[in-house]
Design a protein around this ligand. Sequence first.
Ligand code: PLP
Length: 396
Amino acid sequence: MELSKSKTNCTINYFSNHSKGKKMKSEGINVISFGAGEPDFDTPQYIKDAAIDAINNGLTRYTPASGIIELKEAICDKLRNENGLEYTPSEIVVSNGAKHSIYNALMAICNPGDEVIIPIPYWVSYPELVKLVDAVPVYIETDESNQFKINIDDLKRKITSKTKAIILNSPSNPTGTVYTEEELLKIAEVVVENDLIVISDEIYEKLIYDGYKHISIASLNEDIKQRTIVINGMSKAYAMTGWRIGYTASNREIASLMANIQSHATSNPNTIAQYASVKALKGSQEEIEVMRKEFENRRNFMVERINRISGLTCVNPVGAFYVMVNISSIKGRMFNGKNILTSLDFANLLLEEENVAVIPGDAFGDDNYIRLSFATSLEQIKEGLDRIDTFIQKLK
Ligand code: PLP
């Protein structure tokens, strides 16, 4: 029996270290995990109440496949007020999380063999999502000395007659990089000149620090807006990861195609979560700001502490909730007779020796790093970094 090659080639295993840490924790071992990819806060009460109201009011049936009009309107208002973007509800598709939105976008625009450009380090799912639609990921290296931002000449060199799209993620998981308007303008120019599409993943938009401002590339001008599929959702900003609501904003042609694909694949996203999302977007945003501030405090502590650990360095992330820690000077060192040659070796030994779980940089395409999440309490962060410091002092 032969199964689909493009599907069976998908990697699934990078977070095994995180899962192993979780298992150890459930066995009563005092594990500190820096692996979290979701806010550690609870969903705000006003959003939960809206979901309970929806259930009690009988709003429990199918909705239009691409989402309820109330939510699409609330999304249009949000995009207008916060991002300077004008969309109509027919240009919005609400899906089962931002990941599903990206999948729909790639399904709608890619033909087999099309190339999709992805900057390294990338969010783990981008290459796999591209492969799932039988397209080909093409990678652009970036450098921490340039805050992991794309070099425009590198971008131009990667474009071929098969290039269909580029995936941009600002603020970025895993680097926390945020592109400025000037940098986005340069990317937009190349995209328009070469007739490409931008999939602009803006899911970490609200988690941004040091007074940086999130800018959607779609808001720069009409040409780039027509070529952008904006990806956003409720997961990270509203601590609603389990509710599974994401959305796209795009031109109408792409939106109808995505809506049609979704109608056959999954039908509508969860009805109750859609009604709760309307309230989330329309309600007071105070709690969102409280969470953002807490993330910023933790980030400040973490960056300062990491840079005090001999052998480790990190760039200050200005968005999202991750720090990419450079471990290149640790590679080649020994622990208990074992050589640390890869980020996975480092992560495995750290978990075994100090009960600290981190994600090896290999998962994001760069083996010189590990990723630490600050979506965990300051207390845990302090203890975890002390343990990492102790571990590194034991290396030969
Ligand atoms: N995009 C990025 C960069 C992410 O890190 C994640 C989740 O980790 C997603 C998209 C998916 O978000 P959702 O939970 O809405 O599917």
